[in-house]
Write a protein that binds this ligand. Structure first.
Ligand code: PNS
Length: 198
């Protein structure tokens, strides 16, 4: 029987840490499905289609890796895909509590699916998509944190975002105080919210 595992996540954007885990996971399972959560309530910096394209390109060398998207319950998707396990990365102790809670809840929902934890290479133990976005927004160098194609897409996304923000509203004091790396719409809401409270 083919042993299929699901590696789920937001991947907004995918990083070298994700790639490291995909490569490790693909060696111990017959097939690894990298499953991007399609969260309709939370807009990321990149669309799900963009994330999928980036992941497909960066995992081209892994023959047994497939990139897909899912919504709804992860364990239901895993059963649908005939997977035996969910693969998750643990970088530091701080990840443990959240991951343990999620793994145990997933087991309660679907006892047939095991969660397998793997540690990325030490060099990636402090790496997260959130930090990568923040560094890119502040014009920092992300070239050792993400594959070159993702670094390029980040530069484009940040440039587009700045252009759209400048076209919509001039920078304000609120922008200086709270410039999240979310969507332009989210940022405008933040700015307007701060203004109303003034
Ligand atoms: O990369 P992330 O954001 O840490 O990934 C979190 C993810 C996608 C694995 C998690 O949010 C998830 O599985 N969502 C699907 C909905 C679900 O099954 N929720 C119950 C989890 S116990």
């Amino acid at each position: 029987m083919k042993r299929i595992a699901i590696y789920p996540g937001s991947f907004d954007p995918p990083t070298n840490g994700h790639l490291d885990l995909i490569e490790r996971g693909s060696k111990i399972f017959d097939e690894l499905i990298v499953a991007i959560l399609h969260n309709r309530e939370k807009r990321g910096l990149f669309s799900v289609d963009d994330r999928r394209a980036m992941l497909q390109e960066m995992t081209q060398h892994c023959q047994n890796v497939r990139v897909d998207t899912f919504d709804g319950l992860l364990v239901e998707y895993a059963v649908q895909q005939k997977a035996v396990a969910v693969l998750r990365g643990i970088r530091a102790i701080s990840d443990y509590e959240y991951e343990l809670q999620m793994a145990l809840m997933n087991r309660k929902l679907q006892p047939k699916i095991e969660t397998v934890f793997m540690m990325p290479a030490e060099a990636y133990s402090y790496l997260s998509s959130r930090l990568v976005k923040e560094i890119a927004r502040l014009h920092g160098d992300v070239s050792t944190l993400v594959p070159p194609l993702v670094a390029r897409r980040l530069r484009e996304a940040m440039r587009d975002r700045r252009t759209r923000l400048q076209a919509l509203e001039p920078p304000t004091e609120a922008h200086e105080i709270d410039s999240s790396v979310g969507s332009v719409t989210a940022e405008l809401k933040t700015r307007r919210g701060i203004r109303r409270r003034k």
